[in-house]
Design a protein around this ligand. Sequence first.
Ligand SMILES: *Cc1c(COP(=O)(O)O)cnc(C)c1O
Length: 417
Amino acid sequence: MPVTHPVAPGVADADVLRRQDPEMADVLLAERDRQAGTLQLIAAENFTSPAVLAALGSPLANKYAEGYPGARHHGGCELADAAERLAVQRARALFGAEHANVQPHSGSSAVLAAYAALLRPGDTVLALGLPHGGHLTHGSPGNFSGRWFRFIGYGVDAETGLIDRDQVRALARAHRPKAIVCGSICYPRHLDYAFFREVADEAGAYLIADAAHPIGLVAGGAAPSPVPYADIVCATTHKVLRGPRGGMILCGAELAERVDRAVFPFTQSGAQMHTVAAKAVAFGEARTPAFAAYAHQVVANARVLGDRLAAQGLAVTTGGTDTHLLTVDPAPLGVDGRTARGRLAAAGLVLDCCALPHPDARGLRLGTAAVTTQGMAEPEMALIAELIGGVLREETGVTRARSLARGLAEAFPPYPG
Ligand SMILES: *Cc1c(COP(=O)(O)O)cnc(C)c1O
């Protein structure tokens, strides 16, 4: 099989770059080696396929295609139209949605467009508070969301770590929001979309599901779909879904036009057509039985990792996970989240800090999407948990931990060949 990874050594593209710009070629090859030589446990990351990378490196990168298929503001868009139509058809079929917009440049752009479609500046929005795992676009004062809307935050129960439904209902009754947002950057459990729909209906609010994280599990049948419940579903294509960096919006036929206008021309102009093509490639992969098996293995791996981390003495929020991600508190091992992240990074285990149910402390967020793409399964999750426990208790020295992490990563190359 020919290797098509655009920055792999010995490949034509890499040679072209090296001849012209060795400085940048060194950076890209070093990044490739970093990704392949350490353990990627960042819950939002994955390894796209060589086919997705090939689409990203294709000449569609050169094409301007403002507008939508059949109605562009530029000439020469026949093939850009074909690429976008494929992406839209595949997204609609994959998620059972009446309408899909595949142009948002990122997850945040998708959320911005959803707000633009449904809200006016000053409107009240109910969303998971940032100290409990809400995303920047769910009301951060430094983000357009917090600047332009009045966000009310709901939270999770300090004991169970589960979304406090009574609070959601009470806040919806008290504040009568124009929209309710469900979705998080670190909630490890499935969301009860029917519950949020019911609360939204009672309050006369729109329901926006920000499914940036779980949408790949939804595609693989390993998580419930928000599509039947939410007025608008926002998503990313680069997390568990394993496509190119980018966003996507799904909705019913009645909001289709508003959503399309909110993306173009309201919040974006020219779509990145090479990325749109790569999204289509990823959707094509996601409809295969192999991807469904992958999505289920991601969850199985996260469950084992959670069990084994608990056995190592870390406090696993909500007692486990339904998804690809876990949040854990390393405090029982005598180390806080930030220190733990630094110690693990030095050992070649790459992960993030995150909110905990008691927002005074920071925890660790881990995800299994990337290591599962590499082919790791339950036995490797047990090894990773052991490594994490050993590093955090300072029983395993940095040099030894680093070589163990490298050995494990290199046994499962993300781009074999
Ligand atoms: C990742 C994420 C986003 C934003 O995605 P970007 O592509 O980084 O803009 C938005 N919402 C949630 C819940 C996310 O997890």
